[in-house]
Design a protein around this ligand. Sequence first.
Ligand SMILES: Cc1ncc(COP(=O)(O)O)c(C=O)c1O
Length: 362
Amino acid sequence: MEKINVEKIIRPHLVNVKTYDAMEAPETLAKKSGIPESEIVKLNGNENPYGGSQKALKAVANTPLHIYPDPNQTNMRMALSEYTGMSPENIVVGSGADELIDLIFRLFISEGDKILDCEPTFGMYSFCSRIAGGEINLVQRDDNFDIDINSVVDAIDEVTKVIFVTSPNNPTGNIATESQVSDLLATGLLVVVDEAYYEFSGQTVQHLVSQNENLVVLRTMSKWAGLAGLRVGYGIMHEKLAKYFMDVKPPYNVNIAAEAALIASLKDVNYLLGNVEKIVAERGRMFEFLNDLPKVKAWPSHGNYLMCEFKENEAERVYVELAAKGIFVRNFNSPRLRDCFRIAIGTPSDTDKLITAMKAIV
Ligand SMILES: Cc1ncc(COP(=O)(O)O)c(C=O)c1O
């Protein structure tokens, strides 16, 4: 029998697709660096250093695993309705905000359609576009990494379908103002405002949803609620649009442990927001320290991370030396961020370790 060549039958644009540049797991970092996993300071994933709520852990332990989750997400949507103040019909839950981003492509992007991305930003939108066969127009942010609304609007052409706005922006920390979002909504295209770090900024455009069928606000339980490993996020949108999301999502998309953890976390909001407060305070301490170092600039951030800029060709050296000490941050290979890396805010003890290491290296 003739040998089958899978490249001949796979969708042609996926044969050499550029994949997502994902973070390595702690055990991989430990193996590569030769440093025991327990000694690693993992500041490369914007994860919550305090973990999830004890109530979530207990709920997961007591969840029967042999029953499929509720395809209508009734209890999760109710709990999120109470938390956000929006109606359950305005909410759709996904296996992480990542899944909702993917669903946006299923709903809006056919091959050849275009998205606008405000660069530098989170890599998931471009990744999903590449998979969907979409075109990507990377509209550059201005010198302060704020969105340049005129450039975004000028970039719209007849095949543009979706504009992605991350607020706070990952990795630069900037907020998109309500008036900027309103200007983009007026274009009539789908506008996705990714508020994955909302709890660290306190700023949202969710109130614009009722008047704008073309707005999707994305949130996640990964960051403020410490549930990144369970994969659960949600979107807030007009009920008409939410119905389409519910129709195209995989029926049992959010697993039952994630469902239990989400509901339990929303019964422990004060505790979780207490951790958010600690992280925000630590962000302030780290910001001061980094900006006191010679030839280092930390950009102001509304998220649980700081982007740190070095003089030319220094970032890579500092990154490598930090890694050698077991401290892992997130570096970038785009030309604009070549001299930068992003540091997630950890516990005070993580900050102390980072400070000691940075003083020695820089
Ligand atoms: C801006 C932004 N949106 C979405 C996500 C993904 O969230 P989730 O873990 O819910 O998939 C991240 C994760 O880092 C992010 O930075």
